[in-house]
Design a protein around this ligand. Structure first.
Ligand SMILES: [Ca+2]
Ligand SMILES: [Ca+2]
Length: 158
């Protein structure tokens, strides 16, 4: 910002000075998730490690580090990875250990990089479906990605 000071003399004299204003932000906002809960689903039989499941996202109206967000799970899951910078949640395994329909509920914490960081929590629900649609009518069939379909039929035909 430039300030000009002048007098009313003749000739008019004036002086120019430069003022720097530093804007400082107080970290007075916690990150806020765009949704209160996020839900995704995977078909276990087709699951591959690294498959993207869903993306969580939070916003923070502060400035600079006070608005920079990092994501983490409140507790670790053997099935899911969370990218702390992007909020992308992906499969940590091919789910071969999952043998029946599974529901995973996790909490994601979003924290800013303020000197005193502020955080908030969001829920993530993942439904792992073992079923093939056309096999849904078979009660109690074994769900495992390494059992080919015809073997599942064999189990019930015998
Ligand atoms: Ca602020
Ligand atoms: Ca903040």
């Amino acid at each position: 910002m430039v300030i000009v000071a002048s007098d009313n003399g003749i000739p008019q004299r004036k002086n120019v000075t430069d003022i720097k204003i530093k804007v400082t932000d107080i970290n007075d906002n916690a990150p806020k998730f765009t949704k209160s809960s996020y839900t995704g689903s995977v078909l276990v039989a087709n699951a591959k490690e690294g498959d993207k499941v869903l993306t969580v996202s939070a916003q923070d109206p502060d400035i600079g580090n006070n608005s920079k967000i990092i994501y983490r799970f409140s507790n670790v899951s053997p099935h899911l990875n969370l990218d702390g910078d992007t909020g992308v949640i992906s499969l940590a395994s091919d789910l071969s250990s999952v043998t029946e329909n599974t529901m995973i509920n996790l909490t994601v914490i979003a924290s800013d990089h303020g000197e005193v960081p502020l955080s908030s929590a969001g829920d993530v629900n993942l439904n792992g479906f073992c079923s093939y649609k056309d096999l849904d009518y078979i009660p109690g069939y074994i769900c495992h990605k390494y059992i080919p379909l015809y073997k599942i039929y064999d189990l019930f035909i015998m």
